[in-house]
Design a binder for this molecule. Sequence first.
Ligand code: FBP
Length: 553
Amino acid sequence: MNITPLQTARYEYTPKLPGMLRNGISEICVKEGAETQSVADQDKIKALFPNTYGKREITFEKGTNSAPAKKQVVGVILSGGQAPGGHNVVSGLYDALKATDPENVLIGFKGGPSGLLEDDYIIFDDAYIDQYRNTGGFDIIGSGRTKLETEEQFEIAAKVCEKHGITAIVIIGGDDSNTNAAVLAEYMAAHGTGVQVIGCPKTIDGDLKNEDIDASFGFDTATKTYSELIGNIERDCNSAKKYWHFVKVMGRSASHVALECALETQPNVCLISEEVAAKKQSLSEIADYIADSVEARAALGMNYGVVIIPEGVVEFVPEFSALIAEINELLAKNGEAFNALKNWADKHSFITNGLREKAADVFSVLDPTIQQQLCLDRDPHGNVQVSLIESEKLFSALVGVKLKKRAAEGSYIGKYNPQHHFFGYEGRCAFPSNFDADYCYSLGYNAFMLISYGFNGYLSKVSNLSKPAEEWVAGGIPITKMMNMERRHGEDKPVIRKALVDLEGAPFKYFEAHREQWSVETCYTFPGAIQYFGPSSVCDLTTRTLALEQADK
Ligand code: FBP
C-alpha cells in the first residue's frame, strides 16, 4: 500500500480520551443514574422490550474497576453510509479490549450486518488495526445497509455468535441501525444467549442526537469538508463575479448539514427543509425567495451568489411530495405499461394524463430533466429516490423563470448564470478531524467498558462535547430511552426518534437573525481545510452547531 505523508503522520496521532477514562482500565468504575423510560409510547415500547426496557443510564468515573474477569470475544459491524471516524471507533474498542486482557478477541464482520449473517469476518491484530488508525473510510471491514430485523436473521446471528464464542456485538450505525441493535439486544436477552449488544452513534447527517447524544460522529468532519469547498466556491464567486452557485449537500431528510455549512460560510441563501415544511412553502414561493436575493444583489451590481440546498428539501414541499406520491401510485399500478413506452414524449403524456390537475400543473413547471428523474426506477419500497433528484438544478431553473418574468416587468436588470454542485460523497470518508478522531476513539473505548460491565442494549455515550476532551463525560444510555412508535411501511414500529432541525434551537435562531443581511450583502466566510496539526484553537474546534447548542453549559 502506498502511504501519503499525512497518512503516516496521522498514524502517529494519539486520540484524546475523556479525562475519566485516562487513568487506565483498572481505574474506571460505574456510577448508576436514574431508571429510564422511552421518549414516547412507554407502554408499547416496554411491552416490546421486556428485558431491556427501563434500565438505568450510567456514567463512568475514576475508581476501582469492579467488572468481572471474563474472556471477551467481541464482534463489530459498520452499518450504513460511511462517516469519518469509523476506523477510530474500531481502534478504540480494540485498544480497550486488549488493554483489559491480551487474550480478548475482536472480530470484524465484513460488509455491514450481512457479514454477521454470512459469517464473513476477520480477526483483528495489531498490524491490521495500525494501518487504519485515524484514517477516514470504512474500508477496514466495509459497510452495508442490510437490515437486521427478522426472527430468522436473529437466529442466524445467535448461531454465528455461539460458533465464535462471541460475548458481545458492537453495531456502529445511525438511527435505523441502532434501532436494530436494540431489537437484537432484546432477542439475545430473551433467548438467554448471554450476548450483549452495544451501539455507537454514527451518521454525517447529524440527525441521531437528543438530550443524551450531543452529536453523531462524522458530522464534524463531513461538514468541515463541505464548508471548505463552499468557502472556496464563495471566494471564486467573489473573484469572478459572474455565477450563481447552487450547492446541494447531503443529509437525507434533516437539514443539519446545510445549516452547519451555512453557519460556517454565510452564503446568500440556505434553504432549511424543516422551515419549508413548517411554513408549507410552495416551489414557487421558494423560487421567489431565492430570486429576491438575486434581484437585490443585481441591483447593487452583484450578479453572483451562493445558495445551499439540503438534499431532502423537495420531500418537504407539500405540492411536490403530493406529486411524488401520485407518480409513485401511478407507476406502482402501471409500471409495466410505462416502461414499455419507447420515448420520453410518450412517457411524458402517460404521466401527465395519469395525474390529477393540481399534480399535473406542478409537473408541467418542472424542467424535463427533473421530470425524467421523478420517473426513474423506484426503491425496493416503491418510492422515488429523492437523493437522485437534482434539486439544485430544479431550483436554479425555477429561479431563472422568475427572473425572466421580473425582467419583463422591469424590476430585475441583471445577468443570471447558474452553476451546480452536489457535495456528499466528498466528505463521508475524509480523514477524521481531531474532534472526530478523539470522539470516535472514545466511543469505541467506552463501548468496551460497557461490555466489560455487562450492559446490554446500550448506546455508547460521550457527552459535553463542546468542552475540551478532558471534560468529556463517558457512559451509556439504554437505546430504548430514545425510542417511540412510528408508522413504517404501513405498520407501527419501534424506532429511535430522528432529530430534525429545531426551529426554536440556537443554531437556527442564529441563522435566522443573520440571513437577511447575508442574502443581500457579501458576508462570505472561508473556513479553509481541516487542520490536523497546529494550535488547539484551530485544530480541535468543533461545529458551530454544537457550540451554539451548548453555549449555556
Ligand atoms: P447514513 O444515514 O447511513 O449514515 O447515511 C448517510 C448518507 O450519507 C445520507 O446523507 C445520504 O442520503 C445517503 O447516506 C446516501 O447513501 P447511499 O449512497 O448508500 O444511497
